[in-house]
Design a protein around this ligand. Structure first.
Ligand code: FAD
Length: 289
């Protein structure tokens, strides 16, 4: 068992549904919220010594919680928030919301990352997922990353020494800080670009219900939303989970959806698209079960 005696001050007694944008989740054996990097490092070391998997949680906008077992779930929420500017470089803590990051950088006439406006994520989660939209991704602006590795060591690594792919990164550990090199832009232009992106998102995506964004990755050269729609699955409902009428790659929580409701929809979509289109859909969201 994970010896939480020395870690009692980090333990949070709360349901995981509070930490997922999908508003689904039950109890966790270990839900921890360290307040500094040194405590975070101790937790990771302890988890590693006990052979327990860790799960960093940022904005929770891509995590579907099921039975999390003995995973050590670590929130970034109580770490200190950092935002420092040096010329065109911004150093930011992983727990900052994307919206705050864009707004703060704008005050310094720095922009470029407006394409991720409207994503309800934190910087660390967005780096882990290499969040992207409108043919750009967050790694395009990344300069360096600081993270705690699985042995508890704090590592700083340059962007050029990292690999990023379609919602993937080579970093294994808990990201704590990052530096981005931004473009010099007027506040007016940043604001206009941000508003344009947000209005496009609201037009295309179902923001009126809890969701985790795109459920599946787009197969090469195809749009998964279109494939799901062509299979006649748009609007399909299991319990209180539904394949959104607005965008078929979003699964929404109509109220009291359960993990099983969402999981069943995922399986139906994968099986139907495989059968009708011969395409195997890969999950973009992280299903923790
Ligand atoms: C309405 C909506 C719209 C969305 N639109 C987009 C979009 O346009 N493009 C896009 O790419 N995604 C989109 N998403 C998905 C999601 O927001 C992104 O994947 C985002 O990057 C997740 O960030 P997060 O902080 O919420 O991470 P979480 O959901 O908390 O975690 C996601 C993954 O990152 C890991 N992680 C979190 N924090 C850290 C950390 N500090 N260090 C290491 N690993 C960490 C977690 O363990 C997990 O594996 C959307 C989601 C929603 C709900």
């Amino acid at each position: 068992m994970f010896d939480s005696k020395m870690l009692t001050s980090f333990v949070i007694k709360s349901s995981l549904c509070k930490y997922s944008n999908m508003k689904i989740g039950g109890d966790a054996a270990y839900l921890l919220a360290p307040q500094n990097v040194s405590d975070l490092s101790s937790i990771i070391k302890e988890a590693n010594a006990q052979n327990l998997q860790i799960l960093p949680v940022g904005g929770g906008s891509n995590i579907l919680f099921g039975n999390v077992g003995n995973r050590v779930i670590i929130l970034d929420a109580y770490l200190s928030e950092i935002f420092q500017v040096d010329n065109d470089t911004v150093i930011v803590s992983s727990n900052m919301k994307i919206s705050s990051f864009i707004d703060k950088a704008m005050q310094y006439g720095l922009g470029g990352m407006e394409f991720i406006s409207g994503i309800p994520a934190h910087i660390g989660g967005a780096i882990h997922m290499n969040a992207g939209a409108f043919e750009k991704c967050i790694s395009d602006y990344l300069y360096w990353v600081e993270y705690v590795d699985m042995k508890g060591n704090v590592i700083t690594i340059d962007r050029k020494d990292l690999e990023f792919g379609y919602r993937t990164t080579s970093i294994i550990g808990f990201i704590v800080r990052a530096a981005f090199k931004l473009d010099k832009k007027t506040k007016k232009q940043i604001l206009a670009d941000k508003e344009d992106i947000i209005s496009k998102r609201f037009e295309r995506h179902p923001y009126d219900y809890p969701s985790l964004g795109s459920t599946f990755k787009n197969p090469k050269g195809k749009f998964v939303g279109q494939l799901i729609e062509e299979c006649g699955l748009k609007g399909l409902q299991i319990g209180e989970a539904q394949i959104s009428e607005k965008h078929a790659n979003f699964i929404i929580n109509l109220g009291n959806a359960t993990f099983n409701d969402v999981y069943e929809l995922i399986k139906i979509v994968q099986e139907t698209v495989e059968k009708q289109k011969g395409i195997e859909l890969k999950l973009e969201i992280k299903v923790i079960n």
